[in-house]
Every structure is written in structure tokens, then in C-alpha cells.
Design a protein around this ligand. Structure first.
Ligand code: MRU
Length: 447
């Protein structure tokens, strides 16, 4: 037997799971999400609700937000969304490259800023980059509201392309940009009313943020329902996760880490094995930080420890996110995910993908068609400014891998838990989501 994970001291646990938070999470896992869904379309209301929910979840209110571009002394505390508005024209994004040492926000004033923040990994995680791209594009539409229609079209089309190409694997990015551009095209590319276009794109971006809040809450609730509950007296549920899938990556509750947090706040006994996630260390830097802020028991492990832990019976379930789920269920996620899935199959451990339907791409038939981003050699050869391999060493750094659908036990979405065969299940889930969001028709109106 290896050391069992330690439970937090009762007093520290009580400190985290205070009554307000417990109350919030009972709602979070239940009726708030349902009622949020019912007001879909009332963008402003849901946006306000989203901001409030996120601030409660993250244990912080806007008034506690850090100064712009000012490093916080010491290790930052407070668990927060990766972005917030400073004004109508400036979005502040947390520089995730600098966590966990310092908490710094950088301004995004338009699509060009958003594209470079996404490319540079200031903001990362599939849902979060889609949301920041949408807001950046909407801010650009505001900047060109008084330009001539031809100038506006050239700038918006160019900005959309730059954003789509900033990171190719996570489909949420192109999906969000396309959604805004569809709205623009529907108003007429050369419409003279620049203010109306800017307003419409801003509303579309806010709808994407608000829907993500609702969807991730629903997803967490669905995932919580299938987590095995250890019998009384047994050890806490041992969850293994990879990369970072919490609020920093998602904008709101998180995907795989949203399920973990919902389970923790539902007072399920659990412990999380956190893969460090070489080479970029999203697990070590971001997931460990988020779980620490949330008070969730966890242990950081080298990626290569996952196999031996599974072999020793110390992993009960694996929860990961997704950057793109192809029509057949093949799933691209952070490099190392495929290895975990193969190991999980070898050891009979459920391997569960937690992904909102905005990460599903029915136009991509299977994993072979998913573009895989190659990132810079420096991510492998240099750690926090320190070179660890000889200068000039050849490096290959694919940022993502593809897990075949046959290795996936379930895909948890905002429309429930999907099982193979995935293509019909994904299509049906999208139909349910679209029906849920469709504006109610007045009685007697043919649909
Ligand atoms: O390269 P990153 O850090 O953007 O990769 C993030 C992941 O792979 C996450 O697991 C994924 O986006 C899914 S959930 C947010």
C-alpha cells in the first residue's frame, strides 16, 4: 500500500465548505441551473447571473479584483474566472503563464489583442479561448462602428481569420468566431449601421459566455450523477485528471474539474490525482492552484506515475476535458490523454470525457481529421526560463493527442451522459440543446 491521500484538517475543510458555499452548490447542482436555462435569450439577465454565480463559486467579488497589470505580492489567493470587464471597451484577462507565482491581468481591447493572448497562452483552455475570442471580435466591431462598410468588412473578416488560426485544435475557438461572423453576415456585410453591428456582436459574445455558464453547470450536475460513491468506511473516491479544466480554462465552473468541484461541494469524499501535464505544466501550475483555492484534497503526480497508480488500484475514475470531439466520438485533448485512456482500458478504469457541446464538431468525422497544434520547442527544452536540454536539440511538441472513441466510457455534456455509439448520441444531444434554447412559440404559431 502507498500512502493514502490525506483529508484536510476538519477546521480547514469547514472553512472552505462554509454554509453559503454549500447552499450555493446545492443550487448549482440543481434548480438554479434549470431556471437559468429557462431565461436563455434574456442575455443581460443571464450575464448578470453568470457573473454573480462565478463570483460566488470563485470565492471573490469584483470589488476584490486585483489591480490591472500589477503583480500581487506573494502567492495569489482567491479563485476566479480568467477574465472580467474593466469597462465597455476593455476586457482584462489573467495571464495564466504567470500563475501560480503572480496574478496579473492584461488588457484586451480588440480581436488583435485577443488573438495574441490566445496564441501566447495568456488565456488557454478550449471554452475560455472561444469566449475571449468572441469578446475580442465584438470589441473590434465597436472600434470600427464608424468606419465605412468596406473598411469594416475587411477588418472584421481579417480579425476573424486571425482568431480562428490562433490555435487550431480547440474547436470552441472557430465555433465562437463563426457564430459572431454568422450574425454579422446575417445583418448584411455592407450594412451602413456600424453601431447596430457592434451591438449585435456584443450580444452574441455575451450569449456565448452566458450559455457556457449554464452549460458547464449542467455538465457538472450530469457528471456528479455518475461518479461512483464510495461505500461508508471506504477510502475517498480516487479521481485522476489531466491538464487544466477548471474555471481558468472554461470561464466559469469548469468541465472535468467542474464535476470534481460539484462533488466536493456536495460533500462526497474524494481525492484528486493531478497529472503535472508536461511540458506546459497546466496540471502543476493551474489545476493544483485551483484545487488548493477550492480546498479540494489533491496530490500532484509526475505524468508517468499515472500508470503505476492504476496498476496498484489507486485510481477509481479518470475525468478529462476535450478540445474537440469528432462526430464519431474520437476526442482530442491535451497530450498525454491518449496514454491515460489506454492505461485505463488495461486496468478496467472508467475513462470519462467531460465536454460541453460547443467542443463537439460534427463536421469532423473522426480523430484523424482533427488538426493537431504543434507548439514551440522551447516549451519542452526550457522550464520557467531554465534550459534543460542542449541548445539545438531536435524537438517535436504536439500539444494534443486523440483518444479513439472505443476507449471512452462516457462523454458528459450539458445534455447528459452520452454512451457509444457516440455519433447518434451527440446528434441527439445537440437537438435537445437546440430545442431547449429555441425561443418559446406563442400558442397557435406554427413551428
Ligand atoms: O493547451 P491548453 O492548455 O489550452 O489545453 C487545454 C486542454 O487540453 C483542456 O483539457 C481542454 O481545453 C479541455 S477543458 C477546458
Amino acid at each position: 500500500m502507498t500512502d493514502q491521500p490525506t483529508e484536510p484538517a476538519p477546521e480547514s475543510r469547514a472553512e472552505v465548505a462554509d454554509p453559503t458555499r454549500r447552499q450555493f452548490f446545492r443550487q448549482f447542482a440543481g434548480d438554479v441551473i434549470t431556471s437559468a436555462a429557462q431565461v436563455m435569450g434574456a442575455v443581460t439577465e443571464l450575464r448578470d447571473r453568470s457573473a454573480h454565480e462565478a463570483s460566488v463559486l470563485l470565492g471573490e467579488t469584483a470589488a476584490d479584483a486585483p489591480p490591472v497589470e500589477g503583480a500581487v505580492d506573494g502567492t495569489p489567493t482567491g479563485f476566479r474566472t480568467p477574465f472580467r470587464f474593466e469597462s465597455d471597451t476593455v476586457l482584462l484577462v489573467i495571464d495564466q503563464r504567470r500563475l501560480p507565482e503572480v496574478l496579473i491581468e492584461l488588457p484586451v481591447r480588440g480581436a488583435a489583442d485577443a488573438a495574441s493572448m490566445i496564441r501566447l497562452m495568456v488565456v488557454r483552455g478550449a471554452p475560455a479561448i472561444g469566449q475571449v475570442a468572441a469578446i475580442g471580435l465584438a470589441l473590434s466591431a465597436g472600434i470600427v462602428a464608424r468606419s465605412t462598410p468596406h473598411t469594416r468588412r475587411a477588418i472584421l473578416e481579417g480579425a476573424a481569420n486571425a482568431l480562428r488560426n490562433a490555435r487550431p485544435t480547440a474547436v470552441n475557438l472557430a465555433w465562437a468566431v463563426d457564430r459572431l461572423m454568422d450574425r454579422y453576415h446575417a445583418m448584411g456585410d455592407l450594412s451602413p449601421d456600424g453601431a447596430a453591428i457592434a451591438q449585435a456582436l456584443f450580444e452574441e459574445a455575451m450569449a456565448i459566455v452566458a450559455e457556457a455558464t449554464d452549460d458547464h453547470g449542467r455538465l457538472a450536475e450530469a457528471g456528479l450523477a455518475i461518479l461512483p460513491a464510495p461505500a461508508d468506511g471506504e477510502r475517498p473516491l480516487q479521481i485522476l485528471t489531466h491538464c487544466n479544466t477548471g474555471p481558468l480554462a472554461c470561464g466559469q465552473f469548469g468541465t472535468a474539474l467542474g464535476v470534481v468541484q460539484a462533488a466536493y461541494l456536495a460533500e462526497r469524499p474524494l481525492h484528486v490525482w493531478v497529472d503535472e501535464t508536461r511540458p506546459y505544466l497546466q496540471g502543476a501550475r493551474l489545476t493544483a492552484w485551483e484545487l488548493q483555492q477550492a480546498g479540494v484534497p489533491h496530490t500532484l503526480i509526475p505524468d508517468m506515475a499515472a500508470g503505476p497508480l492504476m496498476a496498484r488500484g489507486e485510481v477509481d475514475v479518470i475525468l478529462v476535458g476535450a478540445d474537440r470531439v469528432a462526430a464519431n466520438g474520437d476526442t482530442a485533448n491535451k497530450l498525454g490523454t491518449y496514454t491515460l485512456a489506454v492505461l485505463a482500458a488495461r486496468h478496467g478504469i472508467p475513462f470519462v470525457v467531460c465536454a460541453p457541446l460547443s467542443s463537439v464538431d460534427l463536421a469532423t468525422p473522426d480523430g484523424a481529421a482533427i488538426p493537431i497544434e504543434d507548439r514551440s520547442a522551447d516549451e519542452v527544452t526550457v522550464i520557467r526560463g531554465q534550459r534543460i536540454a542542449p541548445e539545438g536539440t531536435a524537438v517535436r511538441n504536439p500539444s494534443f493527442d486523440v483518444t479513439p472513441a472505443e476507449l471512452i466510457s462516457a462523454i458528459v455534456t450539458e445534455e447528459g451522459v452520452l454512451r457509444a455509439p457516440y455519433e447518434p448520441a451527440l446528434r441527439a444531444a445537440m437537438d435537445r440543446r437546440d430545442a431547449r434554447r429555441a425561443p418559446a412559440q406563442p400558442a397557435g404559431v406554427a413551428g
